[in-house]
Design a protein around this ligand. Structure first.
Ligand code: 5GP
Length: 201
């Protein structure tokens, strides 16, 4: 892609992360409606498609072989094994959009966010926190999308994951969805007003 970089502000990378079941997905959906110009990075995964999910919209659903071949070709900005499935963020999409001045949203797990921070520390890292571990357990149960074994694994991981909050720029407790959403929107708006994010280079 040929771009005159001297005339373009660089896009901002927003990373929404937090324990599984905390409501990141719902927040992401609402943000995309509120900020239709933000580009969502669609992840690749080896997990099987849930009912209602569409390939290329929710995820790129890949076989293990396909995922590994992309991994070998260095096509992921980060990848992680989350509860025995592989998930990865396609690198080129993120980089192309940042360079052309589009803001990009990633909704990824905590290990993945750490890896992205290592490579793109200028990103804006937002940690979504549950009101408590008990509430998180209840939400994962109610969601009903996960097997009992998967729920067990997710809960065990959550305790450790919560401590990772110290590596983030912002923390938002998702107790009442509307309030949490207002806060994420305020962060996005404020970041977009920062002088350093408006310099054309
Ligand atoms: P689910 O299978 O429920 O859609 O997602 C499981 C977890 O994987 C969630 O915490 C979600 O944020 C995370 N996830 C989704 N895409 C990616 C990705 O590209 N990279 C990483 N590291 N985690 C991801």
């Amino acid at each position: 892609m040929e771009v005159d970089r001297s005339m373009v502000r660089r896009g901002i990378l927003f990373v929404i992360s937090g324990p599984s079941g905390v409501g990141k997905g719902t927040i992401k959906e609402a943000l995309l409606k509120k900020f239709p110009d933000i580009k969502l990075s669609i992840s690749a995964t080896t997990r099987s498609r849930r009912e209602g999910e569409i390939d290329g919209r929710d995820y790129f659903f890949l076989s293990k072989q396909e995922f590994n071949s992309k991994l070998q070709n260095n096509e992921f900005l980060e990848y992680a094994s989350v509860y025995s499935n592989m998930y990865g963020t396609p690198k080129q999409y993120v980089i192309d959009n940042i360079i052309t001045g589009n803001d990009v949203l990633l909704e990824i797990d905590i290990q993945g966010a750490q890896k992205v921070k290592g490579q793109m520390p200028e990103g804006v890292f937002i940690f979504i926190q549950p009101p408590s571990i008990e509430v998180l357990a209840e939400r994962i149960n109610v969601r009903g999308k996960d097997s009992p074994e998967s729920i067990q694994t997710r809960m065990a991981a959550s305790q450790e994951e919560m401590a990772m909050v110290v590596h983030y720029d912002y923390v938002i407790m998702n107790d009442k969805l509307d309030e949490a959403l207002n806060k994420v929107e305020a962060i996005i708006t404020a970041e977009r007003c920062r002088v350093k994010n408006n310099i054309k280079r």
